[in-house]
Design a protein around this ligand. Sequence first.
Ligand code: BES
Ligand code: ZN
Ligand code: ZN
Length: 500
Amino acid sequence: MKVDVKTQGLGRLRDEACVLFADDVSASRKLVRRLGAEAYDAYRGLLDRDAFAAKAGELVTLHQGAKARVPTVVVVGVGADADLESLRQAAAKGVRAARDAGATSVSLAAPLRKNGKGTPRPVETASFLVEGAIVGLYRFETYKGTKAEKDVNQLSVVGMPDDASRLRKGAAEGEALASGVLLARDLGNEPGNTATPTHLATVAEDLAARESTLEVRVLEEDEMQALGMGSLLGVGRGSAQPSKLIVLTYTPPRSKKKVDTVALVGKGITFDTGGISIKPSAKLEDMKFDMCGGAAVIGAMQSIARIQPKVRVLGLVPAVENMPGADAYKPGDILEAMNGTTIEVRNTDAEGRLILADALTYAATKMRPKPKAIVDLATLTGAAIVALGYHHGALISSDEKLAARLMDASERSGDALWRLPINDAYRKQLKSPYADVSNLGSPGAGTITAGAFLEKFVEGVPWAHLDIAGMAWTERQDGTFTKGATGFGVRVLARLLQRW
Ligand code: BES
Ligand code: ZN
Ligand code: ZN
């Protein structure tokens, strides 16, 4: 996708399509009139018939014939108090409508201030418009014999000359964020037979080869054995696919000062059958998405390499397939984790926490410099969907400062999070009669007890956990979400580190 900024004004714009964003009907009238008399005539007709009211999410496409200066005009309502997130959703919808009309190049007209001058918050506006448009156009067609013929390959943000440099900065940021989201979606949508732990490792290696600020190391099973990662390796035993621990490192360029290190850890179960505690068949195919936490970490590392924040970032992905093979771990087995904790396996379907346990200990104790904070992401519990549905990821942390930073990044990014509590009452639910801890919490609060389990492996490093089970993939296209993997988590991580 080529992305640029245009400042010649709507009246002189030439493009295959233009998307206009309007708070209300009167704002939309002004914008369409600026674009030209021809478009305005068509638009007025619509308004006269009350066919369009510019309500949030409402959209109309005006077709003006191939010879017109701007053959396709799309007007999208964003609501009276348009925030950045609604602009982002509107960009996704608007640019898809332009694509449906056959456009390959699309201008996005940044909204004006009430007095008609300039763009409110030009950096953020351009960033959200470009990011929303790119991720809204996403399609996963790798395995389709017939692929869509036409696609949008050029996006422009149209604004005032005074704003140009800030719009350019925001557009570049939006592109960087979108690139990570698209990578995470591609990884998530890839089926279980191709997206193996080895494949995730190869993708991470290719990424590190492309980005000069990234390095990668992949730990193989024998190295993990030597480190005592009995919890992670226990889960992989039922699979013919070798388990991997992927470790990406981002080092900020030209930074002389000492900077903090932050570790990101993502669950990379490339397929979750449930193991011996096998899952029912309904919707089982969706368990190819059980590596979306890991995909979000790899995607975020790509965005971070492009945004180049002044903080060291580690991206760890324990990549394992959970299968009920002949040598599979069984309910009742006791595993010993890298930090010496013994774990009674009460259910082999609660495997995510087992692979994360060793990855968290590795991040907390083996990396130099030692991380100041660890954030993990996982499609960890169905209970997160019971609690929050498909509208928020769950945030669990006993570190107030880290939790506040994540909530702030959540608001700035559009990746919605809601915090759940954690305290001793929940921690007690993990007692086991035979081992130090059980991998299954006693009934209730499954998302929190899973978080409490993970906490035992971070060795005192400030830590936060994001359960993205309800957010990692979606059944139907809606705004910036396209069917399949969403890339949820990439933006909140990138935004967190951008301002670390
Ligand atoms: N990967 C699943 C969680 C999941 C389920 C995510 C559905 C998204 C949609 C996880 O490994 C799992 O099976 N969790 C169990 C935990 C239970 C056995 C304690 C669950 O949520 O049922
Ligand atoms: Zn499971
Ligand atoms: Zn799982």
